[in-house]
Write a protein that binds this ligand. Structure first.
Ligand code: ADP
Ligand code: MG
Length: 283
């Protein structure tokens, strides 16, 4: 278990009249090497939760353990935590600041105190991994397209070789091809490097294609936790929290309920739906 959250609470502006209880008694176990999707609509607490996982925000109640150590212990090395748990903010491209792309990606590994050669090797590898063409490496980050900037920002965190990579709504504002490319890249990082990926999104159609496990948030609570099939087998629960099924599951649900077809509506991917429909057609 790489990260464990034990009854975590967080109140913005605690003890003030404007206090907001953003996280309510969150208990979560994040297993190593998995792809975890956190879904929930705006204001449900996704960003607040993610910023707890690398120690950027300190819980107002509860405990967080990383690789078995309590990160709130007074001797705990927060710098080490941040080098192992990389966080990519929403719209990370707004944080690029170096003179050229390559220097920007070098920034993180340089701060880890690695020697120059290792830093440059990592930056090069990370830029290759995110698929940025070589001729852009020495351009100003400000001359790139939105999607390219996002890749550079993600490369900067990848170059630190984190054990856990947290990304807050990384697909926001990307076009459909950009979304697929980014999600595939993250899936490769997860499978090939055994990096744990924790990704938030409100795109309920995309997450089941890639995630091993989904946590659903509403009003600072984790209201459901499980595999995509387990989550989407509970349409009424999702709807009672103002969320919907993926469109493909919704179609199967209509065929099942309205047309009496013998199909499993918890299936949430095109390939899964295809199997269900072929099975129905054959019977
Ligand atoms: P999400 O990422 O799912 O949109 P957030 O974690 O940003 O949710 O927000 C959870 C709750 O905390 C919301 O009610 C939001 O208004 C509130 N909140 C977020 N950031 C702050 C802040 N800096 N100060 C006060 N309240 C905040
Ligand atoms: Mg957010």
């Amino acid at each position: 278990m790489s990260i464990i959250l034990d009854h975590v609470n967080y109140v913005y502006g605690e003890d003030t009249p404007l206090a907001v209880h953003a996280l309510n008694d969150i208990c979560l176990k994040i297993p190593d090497g998995q792809f975890i999707g956190i879904i929930g609509h705006t204001g449900s607490g996704k960003s607040t939760l993610m910023q707890h996982m690398n120690g950027l925000i300190r819980a107002t109640g509860g405990h967080i353990y990383f690789n078995g150590e309590d990160i709130y212990d007074k001797d705990y090395d927060m710098k080490k935590l941040r080098s192992k748990v990389g966080l990519v903010f929403q719209y990370p491209e707004h944080q690029l600041f170096e003179i050229d792309v390559f220097s920007d990606v070098c920034f993180g590994p340089k701060n880890l105190g690695l020697d120059k050669k290792e830093v440059e090797l990592r930056a090069y590898d990370a830029l290759k991994k995110v698929g940025l063409p070589d001729e852009l490496f020495y351009q100003s980050p400000f001359e790139l397209s939105g999607g390219q900037k996002r890749r550079v920002a993600i490369a900067g965190v990848l170059a630190m070789k984190p054990e856990v990579l947290i990304l807050d709504e990384p697909t926001a504002g990307l076009d459909p091809v950009g979304v697929s490319e980014l999600m595939h890249l993250l899936q490769d990082v997860c499978r090939q490097q055994n990096t744990t990926i924790i990704l938030s999104t409100h795109d309920i159609d995309v997450v089941p294609i890639y995630a091993d496990v989904i946590d659903v948030m509403d009003q600072g609570h984790v209201i459901a936790h499980g595999t995509p099939e387990e989550i989407f087998a509970q349409p009424e629960l999702l709807r009672s929290h103002h969320l919907r099924l993926p469109r493909i599951s919704h179609l199967l649900e209509i065929l099942q309920k309205e047309d009496g077809w013998d199909v499993d509506a918890s299936v949430s991917t095109i390939s899964g739906a295809r199997k269900e429909l072929l099975h129905h057609a054959a019977n």
